[in-house]
Write a protein that binds this ligand. Sequence first.
Ligand SMILES: NC(=O)c1ccc[n+]([C@@H]2O[C@H](COP(=O)([O-])OP(=O)(O)OC[C@H]3O[C@@H](n4cnc5c(N)ncnc54)[C@H](O)[C@@H]3O)[C@@H](O)[C@H]2O)c1
Length: 357
Amino acid sequence: MWRDSYKGKRVLVTGHTGFKGGWLTLWLKALGAEVCGYSLAPNTTPSLFQAIQIRQEISHHEGNILDSTHLNRVFTEFQPEIIFHLAAQPLVRLSYLEPVLTYETNVIGTLKVLEAARRCKSVKAFVNITSDKCYENKEVSQGYKEGDPMGGYDMYSSSKGCVEILSSSYRRSFLQEPGSFSLATARAGNVIGGGDWATDRLIPDCVRSIEKGQEIVIRSPQATRPWQHVLEPLSGYLLLGYLLYTKGKKYAEEFNLGPCTDSVLTVEEVTNLVIQNYGKGTVRISHKDSLHEANLLMLDITKAKETLGWQPTYTVKDAIKKTIEWYQKFYEGKTDMRAFSLQQINDYSTSIKWKKN
Ligand SMILES: NC(=O)c1ccc[n+]([C@@H]2O[C@H](COP(=O)([O-])OP(=O)(O)OC[C@H]3O[C@@H](n4cnc5c(N)ncnc54)[C@H](O)[C@@H]3O)[C@@H](O)[C@H]2O)c1
């Protein structure tokens, strides 16, 4: 479907050593892009970045997005045309422990990446990855639309709300001139897929417990989330990057890239599906938890459907099945995980029902 959309394009990904960034980097390489990655070293062991063995195929840079000198040097050397900015402190619970780090990384770090892009005349398109949590969450069942107010109860969520406000202001302040790059933001959430080993995320927690032969302990079993496979928002980021690159400012806006409404399941339902797909595991509910986390959060994806032509492909059950297949192959230790991940990308691409504009 993508034909030559990314072939030979110079694409810079921040956060390429992380879960979503690793998958995106692999996909971009498969599409023939020249990829430069700028991130801290992988912060989990194991990590997707190690599992897919992508380091030698890209221009790999370990650096902090707060370090403008290093960022500017990498931008100047690589001369990127398209940027996908994913580097962030992405965990709600860690943001209660590290509020300053969360704000510095997510808000000031994003500003520094934008500034590096503005200095570099080769940049044409910038896709800024925020979150569904950027909205002021009223815990209502209707999905949030792109024009709804930004907010966020916890420091992670509000930092992503700030990144949205920052992006809008940045666009109006600096990106009106002809020749300036086109900046869009993409809001998705509760992404699942193989290769995520972050702490305090449901699927990695389940997988770790099952692999250690321990009980899975869940908090907030009735909290509902719209779950989506990692390749869903990534297909939207790729589409958005392509449209910004080829058609410019028309697409320089905010987009919700969430799943369909029937992808909403409770934490307990997802855990039970994980156990069913794994063929083993037991669960216990813990009532010891004082940190606030949103109970209900849905996105309205009408704008992405109508403007971009994008829509989700997998059902939530497909998403969980693909995710568990990946972890099982990894832990069996007999599979080339790079080839298996590419196979999952290929399977997903051939299942996509929408057509690129
Ligand atoms: N995973 C999800 O469910 C989800 C949901 C909504 C939004 N997001 C957003 O998607 C993006 C990627 O999330 P993820 O789940 O892959 O997270 P991750 O923790 O797996 O990856 C984060 C990446 O950011 C890099 N990073 C962190 N701080 C940095 C710094 N100061 N300088 C340079 N690099 C830094 C890390 O090295 C890593 O490569 C984030 O912006 C996150 O907020 C994720």
